[in-house]
Design a protein around this ligand. Structure first.
Ligand code: CP
Length: 334
């Protein structure tokens, strides 16, 4: 059974095939490739883009999507094996995954980290449990990485720049009043390095460096692609001559579960906002963000409204890449 849990398990040519077919679907969006198929979309967290693009994408391919929010409109779920279930959870993932597999051709999951203990969160237990007990393919709609966003991001960059090999790619931390998930930043490291870009991770201090696993993946992929990978805490040099600026805010791992203490530190780094002065140092770089984005906190109006901003193109491409992915998993997964 082939799932889509993280891009790490997928080779670059296969991801490129998914993106290439998404480009075809973008030109010819209504095709009955999944006629009478069904997908369960389980949201443990809010969404605008992911929910809308999956529901509409399924509809455009002739499939039916069912949205479930465990703990809200569906029963709360237990994930611990052997648990005495005398708390909130009414059923176990073992039954949930088996029952949904009997109704559906695909299951997609959004389950953000709990933000208390990174050693627990990084096990990605919710989606891995669904993958373990499902008999149909499981898609990650954002857990500790966001692989659908990765595909949409690369597709948008290729539409604007063509071949990405050797492009100077900057992933910059940017300010947000709350500590956020590291998923999109982890994904940015994975996918930019896998697609052969020269990658810089810019963040305020060493505390904001992402999990070693993703740093090592990026180092390895960059090495394999004869590209540089560097970590910088210097805004001016990191932006210099960049072709792509991708912004994301995230909570630093050493402060996991201790966010009150981190807040005062983070508030010193509001100047990491993406603004015109910084973009002027680049090689007329494209700017993007996964959205949602707080204007004039993470990036200025001037940057968001500029011709170089491709954030909404990237969001649109979520629809196309996810259709390509659903088609691949249902029709080529035997
Ligand atoms: N980028 C993204 O996943 O958006 P939503 O959180 O709105 O789904």
């Amino acid at each position: 059974m082939q799932h889509f849990l993280t891009s790490e398990h997928w080779q670059q040519p296969k991801l490129q095939q998914l993106i290439d077919f998404a480009k075809d679907l973008k030109k010819n969006p209504i095709q009955p490739l999944l006629r009478n198929k069904t997908i369960a979309l389980l949201f443990f967290n809010p969404s605008l883009r992911t929910r809308t693009s999956f529901e509409i994408g399924a509809f455009q391919l002739g499939a039916k999507a069912v949205v479930l929010q465990p703990g809200k409109d569906a029963w709360p779920i237990e994930f611990e094996l052997g648990s005495v279930m005398d708390g909130e959870a009414e059923e176990h993932v073992i039954e949930v995954a088996q029952v949904l597999s009997s109704y559906c051709d695909l299951i997609a999951i959004r389950a953000f980290p709990k933000f208390q203990d990174w050693n627990l969160d990084k096990q990605d237990k919710v989606i891995n449990s669904f993958a373990q007990y499902s008999s149909v393919p499981v898609i990650n709609m954002e857990t500790i990485t966001h692989p659908c966003q990765e595909l949409a991001h690369i597709m948008a960059l290729q539409e604007k720049l063509g071949d990405l090999k050797g492009k100077k790619y900057l992933l910059t931390w940017t300010y947000h009043p709350k500590p956020l998930n590291t998923a999109v930043a982890n994904s940015s490291l994975l996918i930019a390095s896998k697609f052969g870009m020269d990658l810089t991770l810019l963040c305020p201090t060493k505390d904001y460096i992402l999990d070693q696993h993703y740093v090592e993946q990026a180092q390895t992929s960059c090495l394999n692609n004869q590209q540089k990978f560097q970590i910088s805490h210097d805004i001016d040099s990191a932006y210099q001559d960049a072709d792509i600026v991708y912004a994301k805010s995230w909570g630093p791992l050493p402060f996991y579960g201790n966010w009150q203490a981190e807040k005062a530190i983070r508030d010193q780094y509001k100047h990491f906002i993406v603004d015109k002065n910084k973009m002027d140092k680049t090689n007329s770089a494209l700017f993007s963000h996964c959205l949602p984005l707080r204007r004039n906190v993470k990036a200025t109006d001037e940057v968001m409204d500029s011709a170089s901003c491709i954030a909404t193109l990237e969001a649109e491409n979520r629809l196309h890449v996810q259709k390509s992915l659903m088609h691949h998993l249902v029709n080529h997964n035997s």
